[in-house]
Design a protein around this ligand. Structure first.
Ligand SMILES: [Fe+2]
Length: 389
């Protein structure tokens, strides 16, 4: 039998020269329970448990008295020191998610020919927003070169926004209360509402996904209790004000985009987030213009649209196919081609010109509609109906 199989309890040993005041502190101030004390005539060891940990205060213990993070509902952020020297950091478990409020910035990232840095489980990550919009957003191009089962586990993310777009290949995934596992194919995307449990099961070789989340740094929790799929199928379930979205490219309809000469397929994320965020795939022209060498505004500028700007928090583009030029007032034109990612901050005048006939770009915005009338904003929010928990 292995050592692991025999273990029935674990204790963290904290040195403690004077047991009585330390036991009082841990029980009365921090809510631990006393499990054992010995010897009776002159106690040298006390074992206490609470809040998921078991500690052993030991008069013969050596080393640093350690630090304990204790989180609870409504805790005021506070630092205490126990009589034995253990530092206690109290944290509010219900504190709202903090998103940095520094102003958005211009960022442009080009592929360098490499697959990116190696992340967990043989996945390659390319940072599409290297400055992370000063902590507001993270955007990654993720490549899995080898197909097959993905060594993932049921997990969830503490975020305010997160979506996954499948750019190439396919991936089989499963989400809490969204039915049986399904395959996300190239052109499809999902909105992952805050803390929805999910798991990646399997992928094709050379799977490419674009993942965008906010804030840039967020916690990933592992759920070791829930198994997926869950028996209930509740597509209308509300997770912190958002519904799950599975957008299928094959059945999507196209509509005019906010810039003339282009059309887009909306993913439904705007309605599912009640206007918080939006995502759409953009291509030149209308159906009649498809297949022509150059659609949309002309490359020579003769039909160049007026400069546009927005007053939102994020306008992120990732070029899925083809090419175009991004013109920004006061800056050198930026050629855009497959794999280029760009974030244009609010107030920066710009336009998209010279699209190739096969241009396709993924646009992600916060809010859902960057140039909207109050009516449009209401319509976007109301489209999917109220979010029910
Ligand atoms: Fe995840």
């Amino acid at each position: 039998m292995s050592t692991r199989a025999r273990a029935t309890a674990a204790e963290i040993v904290l040195p403690c020269l004077d047991l009585e005041p330390a036991v009082d502190f841990f029980t009365e101030r921090l809510g631990f329970g006393l499990d054992m004390i010995m010897p009776a005539d002159d106690p040298a060891v006390a074992v206490l448990s609470g809040h998921g940990v078991r500690i052993r205060l030991d008069r013969d213990g050596v080393g640093d008295p350690g630090m304990l993070l204790l989180s609870g509902e409504g805790f005021a952020a506070e630092q205490l020191t126990a009589p034995n020297g253990t530092r206690i950091h109290l944290l509010d478990a219900t504190a709202p998610l903090v998103v940095p409020d520094s102003p958005p910035i211009f960022e442009l990232s080009r592929p360098d020919g490499s697959a990116g840095g190696v992340g967990r489980a043989g996945m390659y990550y390319r940072d599409l927003l290297p400055a992370r919009q000063r902590g507001r957003f993270i955007a990654s191009h993720i490549l899995i070169p080898e197909g097959g089962p993905v060594p993932d586990y049921v997990h969830h993310h503490r975020i305010r926004f997160q979506m996954i777009y499948c750019a190439a290949g396919w991936v089989r995934v499963v989400y809490e209360d969204q039915g049986q596992p399904f395959v996300l194919e190239a052109g499809d995307c999902v909105l992952q509402p805050p803390n929805i449990r999910h798991r990646v099961l399997e992928s094709s070789a050379n799977l490419e996904v674009i993942e965008i989340g906010s804030p840039a740094e967020h916690e990933t929790g592992i759920d070791r209790v829930l198994s997926l799929p869950t028996p209930d199928v509740r597509p209308e379930r509300c997770f912190s004000g958002q519904r799950f979205v599975l957008h299928r490219a094959a059945t999507a309809s196209w509509q005019p985009w906010r810039m003339a000469g282009f059309e887009c397929r909306d993913t439904g994320i705007g309605a599912a987030t009640e206007g918080l965020a939006g995502a759409r795939v953009v291509r030149p022209g209308g159906p009649a213009a498809r297949g022509t060498a150059v659609a949309g505004p002309a490359a020579d500028g003769s039909a160049a649209p007026e400069l546009a700007s927005h007053n939102g928090e994020l306008q992120f583009w990732y070029i899925l196919a083809g090419a175009a030029t991004l013109s920004i007032e006061g800056r050198t034109d930026e050629p855009l081609s497959k794999g280029v990612a760009v974030a244009v901050p609010p107030g920066m005048s710009h336009r998209l010109t010279g699209p190739s006939g096969d241009l396709e770009l993924l646009e992600v915005t916060l809010p859902a509609l960057l140039e909207e009338s109050p009516d449009e904003a209401q319509q976007a929010a109301a489209k999917g109906g109220p979010c029910r928990s």
